[in-house]
Ligand binder design. Structure first.
Ligand SMILES: [Zn+2]
Length: 430
């Protein structure tokens, strides 16, 4: 057996307690063999975790990873105008090679900030999958479908591509890649297409991931036209099952929260994106109180503008309190859970907890910094004070992806240089 030992640190356990312990990993199986004091000193490889907190790898449950190329491309506009005037025209010009380098840039950023798994909706998905394979993370990938403004033939081709991609890449990268069918939203895919798309996906046990109730502009037209709330419509379309998960859920009423809780559908909260696009405040404490599975996501880098899940935890805690008008709402332990086990549950990937037999997906956070001193409460520090740049080592599926801040699976400098070249060329074309 080939083993990896993470030695000399403190370990965050699933019950949110912290203990002095080593973590021993079976690298062949990608699982945790043991957590405890003074574990096998003869391990094949050892990562020094002295002065560090070993946490589950963070799980970014909603992203458009290749949008790193559009970071800072267009800011400070409302969602609808931002998409139509800036983002969609630029995305129409992206080549498969652009998506590959954009994905690699995002994956480097994720590894460097302790993220080991993510869910991603985009296009040119084979390029994203190749980047994930190389980078060593886990992902649930899918091709996003918009039928608005397309004729029947183009709309069907888009749906077929989403289903084909979901079939072809499920289980890729030694099982680290899973897939989903991804209609963009309830308002950008027409009802007939949506109904057929969802039925076809579920007939093959392919889960469905979509944006829902992000802005009032996504809610009001459905209420006006159908006389029902969006998630009631989603339920009727069959896309509110325990396997499905939706991003945002900002404007959900109490009845919709009950629908989500009853169905077991995961909600991915994206606080930075919601604040930047002034979309609104998701009722996160209400969702948690109702027993809804809530994960955390960055959304794309163009509306965030980074993929740092530590930022996202702090934003979620702050915004959740503001939304609830209650400083005790969305507490530190809640956001840490949302960024780990909550996200892993929502997108149904391994990881999210450090336990024997579980996936060896973890981040080692260096606590030796002024902003993390004194060590009054390490869960509080993760939620409120730590940054992605505090992560020292990142491990996914038992493989070391970053050691002492050096990314081992991708060439960080080369990826950044290629991303700069890709965007210079994109700006000339658009
Ligand atoms: Zn999104």
């Amino acid at each position: 057996m080939n083993t990896l030992r993470i030695a000399g640190g403190q370990v965050l356990r699933p019950d949110a307690t912290v203990e002095d312990a080593d973590v021993l990993v079976d690298r062949d199986e990608g699982t945790i063999l043991d957590i405890g004091a003074d574990l096998d000193a003869d391990a094949d490889e050892t990562l020094d975790a002295e002065g560090c907190l070993v946490t589950p790898g963070l799980v970014n449950a909603h992203c458009h990873v290749a949008m790193t190329l559009l970071r800072g491309y267009a800011d400070d506009k409302p969602l609808d105008a931002w998409l139509r005037e800036d983002i969609w025209p630029a995305e129409a010009a992206l080549t498969p090679e652009d998506v590959r380098v954009g994905a690699e840039l995002g994956l480097v950023e994720m590894i460097k900030s302790g993220t080991t798994a993510f869910a991603d909706m985009y296009f040119h998905v084979p390029e994203v999958a190749a980047a994930v394979d190389e980078a060593g993370l886990r992902a649930r990938l899918g091709h996003g479908v918009v039928t608005l403004g397309k004729d029947d033939e183009d709309a069907r081709a888009d749906i077929d591509e989403s289903l084909d991609v979901a079939r072809e890449f499920d289980g890729a990268a030694d099982g680290r890649i899973r897939t989903a069918a991804m209609p963009h939203s309830l308002t950008t895919v027409a009802e007939d297409f949506l109904r057929e798309f969802v039925a076809d996906a579920h007939a093959e046990d392919i889960p469905v991931h979509y944006h829902a109730n992000e802005t009032t502009d996504e809610v009001d037209p459905i209420v006006d036209e159908r006389g029902e709330r969006p998630l009631s419509y989603a339920k009727e379309l069959g896309m509110l099952t325990a396997d499905d998960f939706l991003a945002h859920g900002v404007h959900v009423d109490d009845a919709e929260i009950d629908l989500l809780a009853d169905a077991g559908t995961g909600v991915v909260h994206c606080p930075a994106s919601n604040m930047k696009l002034a979309s609104g405040m998701a009722p996160v404490q209400k969702l948690l109180d109702a027993g809804v599975t809530v994960g955390l996501g960055t959304d794309g880098a163009a509306s965030n503008n980074d993929l740092d899940m530590f930022d996202e935890m702090r934003d979620a805690a702050m915004l959740g309190k503001l939304a609830a008008d209650d400083a005790s709402a969305v507490a530190a332990g809640d956001v840490v859970r949302m960024a780990t086990a909550g996200s892993a549950d929502a997108i149904d990937l391994p990881g999210g907890a450090l336990e024997v037999g579980g996936a060896a997906d973890l981040a080692v956070v260096d606590l030796d910094a002024p902003h993390l001193t004194p060590a009054n409460d390490l869960v509080s520090h993760l939620a409120y004070a730590a940054r992605g740049s505090d992560v020292r080592h990142t491990v996914c599926d038992g493989r070391v992806l970053m050691r002492d801040r050096e990314v081992l699976t991708l060439d960080e400098d080369a990826v950044m240089a290629r991303a700069g070249e890709a965007v210079a060329s994109l700006r000339e074309r658009v």
